[in-house]
Design a protein around this ligand. Structure first.
Ligand SMILES: O=C(O)C[C@H]1C=CC(=O)O1
Length: 96
């Protein structure tokens, strides 16, 4: 199942820089592991924003929820999820 996910990150200004740096590194390590595993298929920065657009390929809504809520930055993100299905006019075979 494919999901379009938008994540807007909003770290509190009061967060110590070192704590923020550790959180970002832990997030990066997990994000890269999930990409290598094929779960996090696309990760794009939205230009000019501390936000991303991602495509997740997971087995269920529950798996997506578990994955998103396990992200170290989850407490500081606003997340919007859109489930995707195949467009009848698409020329792709579903593997993108
Ligand atoms: O930077 C972000 O967009 C938030 C988050 C998503 C991947 C990652 O490494 O951090």
């Amino acid at each position: 199942m494919l999901f379009h996910v938008r994540m807007n990150v909003n770290l509190p200004a009061s967060m110590p820089l070192e704590e923020a740096a550790t959180l970002k590194q832990t997030e990066k390590d997990l994000a890269q592991r999930l990409q290598r595993e094929g779960k996090w298929r696309h990760l794009w920065r939205i230009a000019g924003q501390y936000a991303n657009v991602s495509i997740f390929d997971v087995d269920s809504v529950d798996e997506l929820h578990t994955l998103l809520t396990s992200l170290p930055l989850f407490p500081y993100m606003h997340i919007d999820v859109m489930p995707l299905c195949r467009h009848p006019s698409s020329v792709r075979d579903g593997d993108f």
